[in-house]
Write a protein that binds this ligand. Sequence first.
Ligand code: 3H9
Length: 697
Amino acid sequence: MSQTQYATHGDVAVITMNNPPVNGLGHGLRTGIVEGLRRAQADSAVKAIVITGAGKAFSGGADIREFNTPAALAEPSLHTVIRAIEGSAKPVVAAIHSVAMGGGLELALGCHFRVAATGAQIALPEVKLGILPGAGGTQRLPRVVPLEMATNMIVSGAPVKSEKFKGTKLFDEIVEGDVTEAALAFARKAVAENRGLPKVRDLKIEHEDAEAFLQFSLNTAKSVAKNFPAPAACVEAIQAAVRLPFEQGMARERELFLHLVQTPESKALRHAFFGERAASKVPDVPADTPLRAIKSAAVIGAGTMGGGIAMNFVNAGIPVKLLEMKQEALDRGLATIRKNYENSARKGRMTMDDVEKRMSLIAPTLSYDDIGQADIVVEAVFEDMPVKEQVFRKLDEVMKPGAILATNTSTLDVNQIAAFTRRPQDVIGTHFFSPANVMKLLEIVRGEKTAKDVLATTLALSKTIRKTGVVSGVCDGFIGNRMIEQYSRQAGYMVEEGASPQQVDRAIEKFGFAMGPFRMSDLAGNDVGWYIRKRRYVERPDMKYPKIADKICELGRFGQKTGAGFYRYEPGKRDAIPDPVVDKLIEEHRKELGLEPRKLSDDEIVHRLIFALVNEGAKILEEGIAMRASDIDMIYLTGYGFPLFRGGPMLYADQCGLYNVVNRMKDFAANPHGDPSFWTPAPLLAKLAADGKSFNG
Ligand code: 3H9
């Protein structure tokens, strides 16, 4: 089916791009546009041409799925299309009713005139995919809007509403109502008034001190973007626009684009773009599953987690009942929420009026009788099955039929929790990450009996509260924590073998993690892991654990909250300071084990940590706990501080080559200390490696 429609309206031809969902400029659409142009040129009755888009976008840009495939290079390329538009002997008018992004905007910039609807979203967002606008965007945008504005748009990728361009040369008209009608009228007027065929390329970039401004922008881009090469390359392309004749600037832009599109950073960002969207799809839950209405919520527990969860609802305008057992705990929880909002107000992110408005959406209560009418209730009480049992039995009694009963458990069996109620189909896990009002990840745990509409509603809710929702099946620790346990075990082994906690943290932080395992544990509270391990020792006597972390806990060093953990902390400060007490403890522990400390390289540290994640990830994938490898990556990118420029553990393993991963694991298994069985490759990993395949296809 053709991806364009062609029609004539009197003496104006209208080419409508029609490639759902967002008119991505793939090969089919590009071909259709060129054909439409040819047809219009050949028809002597046609005096002008309008290009518009069907559906929800004018165009979301080049088809990202085509990148690094032959289709991306196949003619007509986007350059060829834009050249054909610009070179048209009849005026071409872009009619932009909504999103014009990336290649879509570049195409519009090739048109002789542009008419946009108010509210249309305009952007060159390529930088967010680790590339730059590669079809003239860096050369043409600075010719129609002030250099600062163009640079800002290209380097940030942020969308700007069409009306903000009033007074610039980007749009000839910004209209309310039917933009195609307006463009048709405009086209007729342009012909009648003999306005010719103005080309953006012929305009001059006007700026008093472009060189100094761009040098400053380049320095800023380099220092802010650190691991991402694209922002600086964007500025370099704009520098070329300022310094060079148009065609040479285009050549420089092309060169930079072709380099960036091959970088692992760009692959990682594109993986995350599609991974985020894939995560919201569940193969056996149809996209049109009717959702349950979520207009009100309740949260059980006003502790750190409960308070953060309540803030999520409030921020989305959903009123919340916040329930606690004791007045003091409730008061404390509310005070913390208020403090958080007031801090935001102090930083200028909201007004004090907003603070009051948000606080007014929270109704504190000590009674279950007050929460029964909520559409969803999220339990965030102590991580202990008997406590959860009590809460869920009570919820089963008081909640209205059809309410979603969610548990914020991070490790416990959601099926067992569901079985405490007579409505297991309404029970689901919503595992928030601390601080719950900040962290992007929401691990959504699908119980055996969770109803499809409950899952679909929770996934939709994750978008409403601006989280990345990723579905996990039921297992101990779900996806994220089950994997992190293996990572922590390796971290502990490496300290036993000779690394210091600082060395381990430093190595993985250099790799790009926001925080190493020991600093992270100190932040989260070492007692949390200790509590879980004590349960493991009983349930899984077959599993070996390094014991340093237990010894740290036995000293009451629970981390930042007690002023000491693997590091020590000055009162009120968060800087992790190495502590000789810990060094001594480790030394004694090694002696007890009869271990002569050895030097570990940073490379060994990093790869033992990452491949521990990958091997467990492969098991999780094979067991169907995760639906796809990219879901695991999204969990690690949004909840565990995995470096975005590396795309997540599974993509990182793919980029290393799974054959190499398995070989490296064999080396680790040969290490006489530690746990050789730890490094038995998961069957899926072994198979993919042997077949020369990857996790992400
Ligand atoms: C570029 O243009 C390069 C050129 O400079 C140079 C070339 C030589 N391609 O976000 P949504 C899919 S680079 C392919 O949920 P929304 C998306 O995967 C491109 N697919 O909807 C999803 O698919 P599915 C620069 C794309 O309404 C579906 O559309 N452009 C593309 O919330 C719906 O997406 C960008 O970076 C694409 N370009 O938001 C724009 N765009 O249903 C990136 C979307 O299978 N896109 N899809 O999961 C966006 O920012 C948003 O998607 C948009 C719509 C605002 C357009």
